[in-house]
Design a protein around this ligand. Structure first.
Ligand code: ZN
Length: 510
């Protein structure tokens, strides 16, 4: 006699998203694992007196989404502090910050203003923020996180810590506008303590569950996030598979602690070490082989130069770490692939390139041959339309060759989807990949969903544990309100109905 299931999800259109994608009607779960995927009739035999039976009313059930590139601390910041991303003016920002000032925190913080979309298109100033408070420090961060504005109290408080060159002045007086290293000084001053970090990560986890995300590859640097994730797991409060990708400056510490890629527990694992090569298209700092379309002779800049990158990759690879490197422009992608190709077996190490926005035909082939993972963000296709950011920076020809998901898949490359939390929303990404402006690069619904499940799981050495709905895998699942296959042109509007992690219902939107 077979032991009965803890939970059965039935009357569903289950897609395994394995290859080939198969459908079933029901899933049985025991001890956090999927134990059977079959017809409702067959799975019904596993129903016992204690079994919780969830009738999904014919809805689509998929493996939970794995977001291969997140910054959950930042997601938490937007949710817990003032979210300025929807503000339309400096006055809006002041209102939002003031509304957030009522709590008992010392600093009043706001995230994500973008003056480029405002009628009154200017940075926030000290004067604006003094109107929020003249007794507590107030700081508002621009969307790109390289610029911020501070009020008088914050300027006084941070004074010494900020390099004068990065504190903008007018007539000798600081305007309140801060850039680069001065912004870093603010981060250090407002780095959350353990309690606040807990609050940020739990808020981000709730958001993840609402979006059907059950696993993340989180990028962390000099923050308490790793220890707080581990504490949340010990306390039984973590319901998200978190893979920690550490910034390259943590490599010494990781080696010293004896931590290696894939070490960890059920919910928190050590991922790779992350480095950079270039900047972004927005800032014209992504490294190009040919000049920008909107700036003569400019080809971007190295954040980490190729020779330095090469020695870092060699060192991390020798020490047994997976490496992941940010590369957006074609010149940067070339440099990372070259550095990886020098490793013993870059495919087995599953080294990754983050973003891969402007790859050449040759790069596509090299991804496929080397087995290096292309960790891409389909939501970035929002910039790929006519008159979009790519058009402006790269011109029409190159714009059409951005985010080549179809070419990468057809060549046999490993494709992992993530969001970079801009915003964290897998169905939005799937929508973009299926409806890409360059028709030749569009994916089918199944292919796009697979890149956000099995593809991302593979990038985290997790394809045997998650990424498909199959007996023996973890019961991390998501049910959707409508079928993305039947609403191909409106997948971004499909809501998540139910999210299950480790067999437990963590979000119920019914
Ligand atoms: Zn990122």
């Amino acid at each position: 006699m077979t032991a009965s299931a803890d939970r059965i999800l039935t009357n569903a259109e289950v897609h395994t998203l394995a290859d080939p994608d198969e459908t079933a009607e029901a899933v049985a779960i025991r001890d956090g694992d999927v134990v059977r995927v079959d017809s409702a009739y067959e799975v019904g035999f596993l129903e016992g007196a204690e079994t919780d039976v969830v009738d999904l009313g014919g809805r689509v059930l998929l493996p939970g989404f794995v977001d291969a590139h997140t910054h959950l601390q930042m997601v938490g910041n937007y949710l817990v502090h003032a979210d300025l991303s929807a503000a339309d003016s400096p006055a809006d920002c002041v209102d939002l910050l003031a509304a957030n000032a009522a709590d008992d925190r010392e600093w009043i913080l706001g995230y994500g203003f973008d003056e480029s979309t405002w009628q009154e298109s200017r940075y926030l100033t000290r004067e604006d923020l003094d109107a929020v408070s003249e007794s507590r420090p107030v700081v508002a961060f621009r969307e790109d996180m390289h610029t911020a504005a501070a009020n008088g109290v914050a300027l006084d408080r941070l004074g010494e810590a900020m390099p004068p060159a990065d504190v903008k002045t007018e007539g000798g007086e600081p305007t309140g506008v801060l850039v680069e290293d001065a912004v870093d000084a603010v981060y250090e001053a407002v780095e959350p303590d353990e309690d606040e970090m807990r609050e940020l990560l739990l808020a981000a986890q709730r958001d993840a569950h609402r979006k059907g995300v059950t696993g993340v590859h989180d990028m962390v640097r000099r923050s308490r996030a790793p220890e707080v994730y581990r504490q949340l797991e010990l306390d039984g409060d973590l319901a998200l598979r978190v893979r920690l990708n550490y910034w390259s400056d943590h490599l010494d510490a990781l080696e010293e602690l004896g931590l290696r890629t894939n070490h960890g527990s059920e919910f928190v694992r050590t991922g790779g070490v992350k480095t950079f090569t270039d900047g972004s298209f927005g800032g014209r700092t992504a490294k190009l082989s040919e000049p920008y379309a909107d700036a003569d002779d400019e080809t971007g800049q190295w954040v980490v130069a190729p020779d330095e990158l090469e020695s870092f990759v060699q060192r991390a690879d020798d020490a047994g770490f997976q490496v992941t490197a940010h590369a957006i422009g074609d010149e940067a992608i070339d440099a990372v692939l070259s550095a990886y190709e020098d490793a013993d077996d870059p495919g087995a190490a599953r080294h990754r390139v983050e973003h891969v926005e402007l790859a050449t035909d040759e790069h596509v082939e090299r991804f496929a041959e080397s087995g290096v993972v292309a960790s891409v963000q389909p939501n970035f296709l929002k910039w790929a339309g006519e008159d979009g950011l790519y058009d402006e920076r790269l011109g029409t020809d190159r714009r059409r060759r951005t985010n080549r998901f179809r070419d990468l898949l057809d060549a046999g490359a490993r494709l992992a989807f993530g969001s970079d939390c801009m915003p964290m929303d897998p169905l939005l990404g799937v929508h973009h990949a299926v409806n890409a402006p360059a028709e030749a690069q569009r994916l089918s619904v199944t292919e796009a969903l697979r890149a956000y499940t099995l593809g991302a799981a593979y990038a985290g050495f997790d394809e045997d544990r998650m990424g498909t709905v199959e007996a023996g895998k973890v019961a991390d699942l998501v049910a959707l309100e409508r079928s993305p296959w039947e609403h191909e042109d409106a997948i971004e509007d499909v809501d998540v109905t139910l999210t299950v992690v480790d067999g437990e219902v963590v979000y119920d939107g019914r």
